[in-house]
Design a protein around this ligand. Structure first.
Ligand code: ANZ
Length: 819
């Protein structure tokens, strides 16, 4: 009998499938489509471990199932290969980023192929390929032309010793993480995408997406729409005013002081002479604190009095104006009215500096000096007794009449900083002309090729290493033809990944990023599968780009990913996170070389627990899935080995054949149901149970119902195919098929076989009628006998007697002959 040896069959089928282009998909099909995609990976040089494999296995099992269900399935793969991981790897290993990417993607592809994932490799894309990034540049220019890409000075952390820009995370307590010197903020010209112009649509359209609530709420918080009012406070003795943003205009009578952010332009103007020194030194200190640190609620509040006063527009009260860093310059108006009775941070500040606290919202008994909720107004003049909602509306409209307030909306989200002063990215296709300013590179000159340079270490002066290459830098202005310079910044990798899912619809198009027909046919992505790590950036940026494309008339849909499915992490066997640095990663390659085979790994990835929950990896469990496959193998090989003549003559009434059918139809129904809602683990568990049932039937029947067994085994292999494609294919062909199992239709079940039938059997003792019993079908003599012997009316007749013979007329009569 043929032995199960994954090392033999897996490479064989892999080659065959590749040669036959088994998983390539055509665009112009009349069939309904299904687009299944996993986040495209950035191959960083570290091998894929069993945690990554879970992601792709979920996508693949679902893609294979959908294909067998008759859908036209697009299941593509590509490389997100620009960006820091490749560049850092290259700097570390001394080879160029290009070579590093080619090496790493080669390894990654080999690992994916080995796992038997059914990608349409003819659609492979690589974001660092000029044929791809030409269109990333084209989209940049589309945004530019629509007024959605702009350049602006922005304050960046700067280390004067290392002469380098630092990311927020690289500043620790105001010091450079590398050399420990005091950092500064420096204005550098940066490119931004105006994602804020789409804030409302990005927020509102979330409602219709089939995504987890957790991710949707992270996006909502990130966008952070807040409705409130801008209220103006005149500055006492000056014609200036301070505009504050507040979500609680109902608490206006409780405002006891005003605060300006240290960077606020009014600070300079209003500070009194005797306060100037303390204010200046406070402002300088605040400069080096990050926004996150400044907003920390638990932090001891700091601030200084400016010497000036504002006037509360509701009651003419004079309020001292303070400068404090918990107020941020880049939110709202950079100034607040402080209401210490009803806002925690204001409360802390008032306590720290002995400022008055006036309660204006009636608090419940337990509030103890601070109540942040809403309620009935007190100490608020003519507004007393109104509730917060009424008071808010009334106060804002009363003040609006004098031009002292207006309702406004604010967002936490900022425009997307897209430029990077690094080498390994798509060059920003702009030419700077002294006369014409920033001029787009004409379409016909795209792509702006990333030149090969020898020194791609960051320069640290705020310019990308591309500025080293004079050849690259020098250009003529597309408008006036005069001497000009190319933009040397490259785009953040998130730009490349904001549209790749569209390119898969039309990957080889050299006239356009894609044609509308193809994009409209394939997209939106029906199932987008990945870890929870992209809750905001990528998933928000892609939504933004798609909306811009819709507005431009390039596509007819407004959301890229209809359903988002976030799989749970695979942890190391001890429950810790798998990572290269902890040396606890488990890679499929080593499991395969131990002899397990990709099929058992795939099964284990899905069987190990619900797909969306974190689970510890368990190599012993892998032994279990291997043995399960081995059992299917044996069942099939035994069936093939038994010669029809050796099988016993049928002795039963056909109920074994019926039972075989019922077992399989029950399995088809269960597995189909589970697959359609990602119930992979329960589907595998049910398959295991089914195989146990088949083994029991095999013992009884010894494959005598050959045709029925053939059908049952074929159905079993079809149900197995999405999980374990190699073994399913091998056994399928052993059963005599020449077409691939992966081109076969998913089996259907016959509901009528699943209803429980019973028959009534007459029970006799020594030929005399004693009872009738109902038994479920299919049934055997043993089962009927057991039921009969347990019947209350029969028991007394059999008590203390020996049954010498049993006469059974199938499904009709059973007679016990006793002594
Ligand atoms: C008075 C007030 C009274 C406030 C009260 C809250 C409670 P969200 O919801 O996040 O938009 N604020 C406004 N601009 C700020 C800035 N630049 N830096 C720090 N804090 C700022 O929060 C809006 C609230 O945060 C505003 O409403 C303001 O405090 C504060 F019982 O005004 B509130």
């Amino acid at each position: 009998m043929k032995r199960y040896n994954p090392k033999e069959i897996e490479p064989k089928w892999r080659e065959r499938w590749e040669k036959d282009q088994l998983y390539s998909v055509s665009d112009d099909s009349a069939l309904p489509k299904c687009y299944v995609a996993e986040y495209f990976p950035y191959p960083s040089g570290t091998a894929m471990h069993v945690g990554h494999v879970r992601n792709y296995t979920i996508g693949d099992a679902f893609a294979r199932y959908s294909r067998m269900k008759g859908l036209n399935v697009l299941h593509p793969m590509g490389w997100d290969a620009f960006g820091l991981p490749a560049e850092n790897y290259a700097i570390k290993t001394g080879i160029s980023p290009r070579q590093a990417v080619d090496k790493n993607t080669g390894k990654f592809k080999q690992q994916l192929m080995q796992m038997g994932f059914s990608y349409d490799w003819s659609r492979l894309i690589d974001s660092t390929d000029p044929a791809y990034y030409r269109w990333t540049q084209w989209f940049f220019l589309l945004l530019f032309k629509r007024g959605l890409a702009y350049q602006q000075d922005s304050l960046q952390w700067w280390c004067p010793v290392d002469k380098t820009v630092l990311a927020n995370e690289q500043v620790e307590n105001g010091k450079c993480w590398r050399c420990g010197s005091d950092v500064e903020k420096k204005a550098l010209k940066q490119w931004f995408f105006k994602i804020t112009a789409y804030a409302d649509r990005l927020l509102d359209d979330l409602n219709d997406l089939d995504w987890s609530e957790a991710i949707k709420s992270m996006q909502r918080n990130w966008i952070g729409r807040s409705s409130g009012a801008q209220v103006s406070f005149k500055i006492d003795g000056s014609d200036q005013q301070i505009d504050v943003y507040t979500t609680r205009p109902d608490t206006l009578f409780g405002a006891t002081f005003l605060i300006l952010a240290p960077e606020h332009p009014l600070v300079e103007l209003i500070t009194s002479d005797d306060q100037r020194d303390v204010v200046n030194s406070y402002v300088k200190q605040a400069e080096v604190r990050s926004d996150i640190e400044r907003q920390e609620t638990k932090r001891q509040k700091t601030g200084v009095f400016s010497g000036a006063y504002g006037v509360n527009p509701v009651n003419g009260q004079k309020l001292p104006i303070w400068v404090a860093d918990y107020v941020l310059m880049n939110y709202g108006t950079g100034a607040i009215m402080a209401v210490p009775a009803h806002d925690e941070r204001d409360h802390d500040f008032a306590e720290a500096f002995n400022l008055p606290i006036i309660e204006v919202i009636k608090a419940p008994e337990a509030a103890d000096g601070l109540y942040e909720g809403e309620g009935l107004l007190i100490n608020s003049g003519k507004y007393d007794g109104l509730n917060s909602t009424e008071a808010r509306q009334k106060m804002v409209s009363d003040l609006a009449a004098d031009g002292a307030a207006q309702a406004t909306t604010n967002y936490k989200m900022r425009d997307w900083l897209i430029s990077r002063q690094r080498y390994w990215g798509a060059p920003i296709p702009i030419i700077h002309c002294p006369k014409d300013g920033s001029v787009p590179v004409p379409d016909k000159d795209l792509p702006v090729l990333l030149p090969e340079i020898s020194d791609y270490q960051p320069r640290g002066d705020g310019q990308s290493p591309l500025a080293n290459s004079l050849e690259f830098l020098k250009a003529s202005c597309p408008t006036c033809g005069g001497p000009a310079e190319r933009e040397t910044d490259t785009m953040d990798g998130f730009a490349c990944s904001s549209w790749y899912f569209l390119r898969f619809a039309d990957p080889h198009n050299d006239q356009a990023a894609f044609t509308k027909d193809k994009a409209d046919y394939w997209l939106p992505v029906d199932y987008y599968i990945g870890g929870p790590e992209h809750a905001v950036m990528h998933l928000l940026y892609a939504r933004f780009w798609v909306k811009v494309m819709f507005d431009e008339g390039l596509i007819n849909f407004q959301e890229p990913f209809k359903r988002l499915r976030n799989q749970g992490m695979i942890l190391a066997p001890d429950g810790s996170k798998m990572s290269k640095s902890k040396h606890n990663t488990i890679e499929p390659d080593s499991l395969i070389s131990q002899g397990y085979g990709a099929d058992s790994i795939r099964l284990m990835e899905l069987f190990i627990g619900p797909w969306d929950q974190a689970t510890n990896w368990n190599t012993e469990g892998l032994g279990g899935t291997y043995r399960f496959l081995q059992r299917i193998w044996t069942l099939t090989q035994e069936f093939l080995a038994v010669k029809p003549a050796e099988t016993p003559a049928e002795t039963d009434d056909g109920s074994l054949a019926l039972e075989l059918k019922r077992v399989m139809h029950r399995a088809i129904k269960r597995v189909s149901g589970d697959m359609s809602d990602f119930g992979f683990n329960t589907a595998v568990a049910f398959l295991m149970e089914t195989v146990n049932e088949l083994y029991k039937l095999k013992v009884k029947d010894n494959y005598s119902h050959r045709q029925e067994w053939l059908v049952a085994l074929e159905q079993l292999l079809c149900l197995l195919a999405p999980f374990a494609p190699y073994i399913a294919e091998e056994l399928w062909q052993d059963l005599g098929h020449t077409e691939s199992i992966h081109k076969t239709a998913w089996p259907e079940w016959d509901e009528s076989l699943l209803t429980e039938y019973t028959v009534t059997v007459v029970v006799q003792v020594n030929g005399k009628l004693r009872a009738e019993v109902n038994v479920p079908l299919p049934t055997s003599q043993d089962e009927v006998a057991t039921a009969a012997q347990a019947n209350e009316k029969v028991i007394p007749y059999l008590k203390d007697k020996t049954v010498t013979r049993v006469v059974y007329v199938p499904q009709k009569l059973i007679n016990f002959v006793i002594k």
